[in-house]
Write a protein that binds this ligand. Structure first.
Ligand SMILES: [Mn+2]
Length: 238
């Protein structure tokens, strides 16, 4: 007999429509956020803007409190937005989502406020490369969570040692973190019809970090990316 979390992981059409709607709204909002960014604005200002804007757009219940992290604060995986002001050369990490009829969305994008340094660029491209590698395995039909996690983790470890400090991703549904999980020791096999995040990251204390998170729908063959916000290096330099 299947456990309830396994049954719940496979989404029906209505559930997928809600998740997609929540994601669409978050994307609209992300573009509004990008327009709000300016030197001197605080993380708290941006976080409050996100919260208020979701209320205005008719989705007042967020998936989780928004993460807005500038500069070295982006090295903190679960940073709480504070008084830190945006400065030239900063990383900008934005991680948020909303709910529609109880169904969550989840997305992270990392931007640069001005031209990134060589090191910043290297970190970003490593994370992007790791995500692409994991997605490629899923596309090819790999469904063992730990193998998918290993592809991303192994790639990152070749460039930077031990800086990827969390699982590669998680199921999304009526709660923001649900079964299954992309983790090194996960025994999960990802079923078709399941919505997962793929979110590699690199974090350097005192310097900053990058996380790129997309939400995907696992198909029988391959997957569908539900996140449609550009993440190539050119698009993330503001
Ligand atoms: Mn997530």
């Amino acid at each position: 007999m299947k456990l309830i979390h396994q049954v719940r992981a496979v989404k029906n059409k209505r559930e997928i429509a809600n998740i997609k709607k929540a994601q669409k709204l978050s994307e609209l909002l992300l573009y509004d956020v990008l327009k709000k960014l300016k030197t001197g604005v605080t993380e708290f200002d941006i976080a409050r803007f996100i919260t208020n804007r979701f209320v205005k757009l008719g989705a007042p219940i967020l998936s989780f409190p928004p993460i807005v992290a500038f500069g070295k604060n982006s090295a903190n995986i679960h940073h709480t937005p504070g008084k830190t002001k945006l400065r030239r050369g900063d990383f900008i990490m934005l991680d948020f989502g909303c709910t529609i009829n109880g169904y969550c969305s989840d997305m992270t994008r990392t931007y640069f406020w001005g031209e990134p340094t060589k090191k910043q660029k290297k970190i970003y491209l490593a994370v992007l490369g790791a995500q692409n590698r994991a997605l490629k395995q899923i596309q090819k039909g790999e469904r063992r969570a730990k193998i998918i996690d290993r592809f991303a983790r192994g790639f990152l470890a070749k460039v930077f040692k031990n800086n990827f400090k969390h699982g590669l991703g998680h199921g999304v549904g009526t709660v923001i973190h649900e079964w299954p999980n992309f983790k090194p020791k996960s025994e999960d096999i990802i079923p078709a019809g399941c919505v997962m995040t793929v979110e590699p990251g690199l974090y350097f204390k005192g310097f900053g970090g990058v996380r790129i998170e997309d939400m995907i729908l696992i198909a029988k063959n391959g997957y569908k990316n539900l996140t449609n916000v550009p993440k190539d290096i050119k698009s993330v330099i503001l």
